[in-house]
Design a protein around this ligand. Structure first.
Ligand code: HEC
Length: 215
C-alpha cells in the first residue's frame, strides 16, 4: 500500500548499524560503502545513515542532477563538512554528488555512481569526474576550480560551492507529504529514495551557508 509506514528499516537489510557514526568526508563515505553488502543500491546506502538528517530540498534546473518537479526535488544532505546531493528521479537518480566544504565558499568535488558492485578504490569518486588533466566535469558550472592539494592520491578538484536560489526551495514539510503519498507499486525507486531519507525519527530543515554562491 502507498507508503504504509515502511521506513528506512523497510528497505530489506538496509539500516544503520548499532552505534554507527555517519561519514563526514568523501574518504569516509568510501570506507562505509566498502563495508556494506554488494551490490549496493543508492536507497540502501541512504537508509544506512544513522539518526536525524539535516537537509535542504530544491528544484534544480541547471545542475548535474536536474530536478524539475516539487514532488522530486534535488535533496542536499549536510554531514558537515560534507554535503551530498541526490535526486529521487531523472537522469541523476543513481548519482551521489559530493561537495566537501573547504573554507567559506569552496568545496572538494566527487561522485559515486550506484549500484556499487565491488570494492571502491579511494581515488574512484575523484577520478570519476575528471574531464581532462586540467578540469573536472563540475568546472562547467562550479567556477575557480583548482587541484586539491590535500588529496594527493587522485586527480581531485575543488571549486566554488553553489547554493539553490531561495525561490527554488521546497520545504521538508511539503516533501514529507509526498513521501506519504508515494506509491511503491508504481514508483518503486523514487519511493525507496524518499523513504530512505525520511523514514527516521527526525529530519531537520537546514539552511545553506550564506557564503555559498548562486549560479
Ligand atoms: C550544469 C551546471 C552544473 C554542473 C556541471 C555541476 N553542478 Fe553542482 N551545482 C550546480 C548548481 C546550480 C548548484 C546549486 C544548487 C542547485 O541549483 O542544484 C550546484 C550545487 C552543488 C552542490 C552543493 C554545494 C556545493 O558544494 O557546491 C554540490 C555538492 C554539487 N553541486 C556537486 C557537483 C559535482 C560533484 C559536480 C561534477 C560532477 C557538479 N556539481 C557539476 C550546477 C552544476
Amino acid at each position: 500500500m502507498a507508503g504504509s509506514g515502511s521506513g528506512a528499516a523497510g528497505i530489506a537489510g538496509c539500516a544503520p548499524a548499532a552505534g554507527a557514526q555517519n561519514p563526514r568526508s568523501i574518504a569516509e563515505v568510501v570506507r562505509m560503502v566498502n563495508t556494506l553488502e554488494k551490490p549496493l543500491e543508492l536507497p540502501c546506502f541512504l537508509a544506512h545513515l544513522a539518526g536525524p538528517l539535516q537537509m535542504t530540498a530544491a528544484l534544480s534546473t541547471v545542475s548535474a542532477q536536474p530536478a524539475f518537479t516539487r514532488s522530486s526535488p534535488r535533496i542536499f544532505v549536510f554531514l558537515d563538512p560534507l554535503v551530498f546531493t541526490v535526486v529521487p528521479e531523472g537522469p541523476g537518480r543513481y548519482l551521489l554528488e559530493f561537495g566537501e566544504r573547504r573554507g567559506d565558499a569552496r568545496s572538494l568535488k566527487a561522485e559515486i555512481v550506484f549500484p556499487v558492485t565491488g570494492e571502491l578504490a579511494p581515488e574512484a569518486p575523484f577520478e570519476h569526474i575528471v574531464f581532462n588533466e586540467q578540469f573536472s566535469t563540475c568546472a562547467f558550472c562550479h567556477d575557480a576550480e583548482t587541484r586539491a592539494p590535500d588529496v594527493p592520491f587522485a586527480r581531485a578538484f575543488e571549486s566554488l560551492a553553489l547554493r539553490p536560489p531561495d525561490e527554488a526551495l521546497v520545504s521538508l514539510d511539503e516533501l514529507r507529504s509526498e513521501v506519504q503519498l508515494c506509491d511503491a507499486g508504481s514508483d518503486p525507486y523514487r519511493c525507496a529514495m524518499l523513504h530512505a531519507l525520511f523514514g527516521r525519527e527526525a529530519v531537520v530543515e537546514r539552511e545553506f551557508p550564506e557564503t555559498y554562491g548562486a549560479l
